[in-house]
Design a protein around this ligand. Sequence first.
Ligand code: SME
Length: 179
Amino acid sequence: MMTSQKADFPADSTADSPANSKTDSTNYPLLNRQLAALLDTRDWLTNSAQLCAFLFQQVPALNWAGLYLQREEALLCLGPFQGKPACHPIPFSQGVCGAAARERQTQRVDDVNALASHIACDADSRSELVVPIVHHDTLWGVLDLDSPEPGRFDADDQAGIEALVDTFMTATDLPPLLD
Ligand code: SME
């Protein structure tokens, strides 16, 4: 349990604010073990906040990491996040987040400026990865990652982030959010 100690992060990996460039491939299996150790409450709000902070700190070259939650039918409400204040709400019919929610498929966009449907919350964002979170056949929410680097997310990043979302879901009691 982690009531009084930090997860076993590599030395100085949490000392600075977010890493600012994608270098070599990220060690997602290591991040997954660290995340599993971090999420020890089963509380959805605490774990959601921890997930976003962890990703923002540990995944290089992000300028935003957050959750949008389906708290109303076909509408995404801004949830816990790290980064600049963001767009709210987002209908399922709009944006990369809306596409992930609607299609229940991960959306990976190399150049958001080339995508007419992209919602530009921050003009600095150049690429985006959005992973749907489906629980009991209901779209619970989406995890949205933005980067100032074009083409920041490759297939390995997608698989790694999807695995981290699986760990979050396994570690968390996800309540029904719709009325
Ligand atoms: N770009 C997203 C909107 C959310 S922000 O990036 C935080 C979209 O097109 O859905």
